[in-house]
Design a protein around this ligand. Sequence first.
Ligand SMILES: [Zn+2]
Length: 269
Amino acid sequence: MIVQNLKIPADQSAWWFVFSGNQLLQVESTPGVIQACRQELDFIHPYIADAVQVGHYQDSPCYLIDFNAEEPQYPSAELAGLRDLLIKVDIELFHIAARAWQVALFQRTHRFCGQCGSATNKVDWELAVQCHVCQHRCYPRISPCIIVAIRNGKQILLAQGKHHKNDMYSTLAGFVESGESLEQAVHREVMEEVGVKIKNLRYFSSQPWPFPHSLMMGYIADYDSGDITPDGHEIIKADWFDFDNLPHIPSPYSIAGQLIAAAKEQSDR
Ligand SMILES: [Zn+2]
């Protein structure tokens, strides 16, 4: 549960997710995030009134402190991107950091009402802001995104997007459009990006992905028909790869990596 407008005890041990720009203050020691009592952290005091509780980790509360554009000064800690944390920490802690980042982004981008332009106020009992002039209420933005592993016997269709680095190939993914079901989005994205028809779509699992506020919903599908034709905009290259001879693929921390592993396991049966 996410709680704002808090009173934080001075001597209670807690985890602190301190953001500045789009970076998180990280420490060298495991698990990478600052653990301390409020009274030990003088540098956060000007920001403490806006702290938000974003979860619990190992029986201690987790708090978001947002420095916005200011730079925090804390010994033996440095600012780094969230992706850096992904490879350092327990996935549970990463998910809390991801939530903290999305809450920070929500607060930064909803200070004024999108309908009448008046200043908004935080709601006490849920994560929302309210305009008291026109009564418009806003919640954090979550962008649903589908991601799909396409199997064809002992092979999988993987593609290289224009943003992929290090010659990495991954599963296809795309945003769900307004008025579309998840299944319609999967069929449409696959047809648009590589010109292939798929069948036997089955749900796999989901993963919040804080870059910046996606919710990835994973599917596995079987190839039906059509020749691979990359769209040339989102997708630069795409091909069938043997499960025994895969290119550079995403890590198992990401749902893309998990989908590829699950599709391989299904092909072994
Ligand atoms: Zn308003």
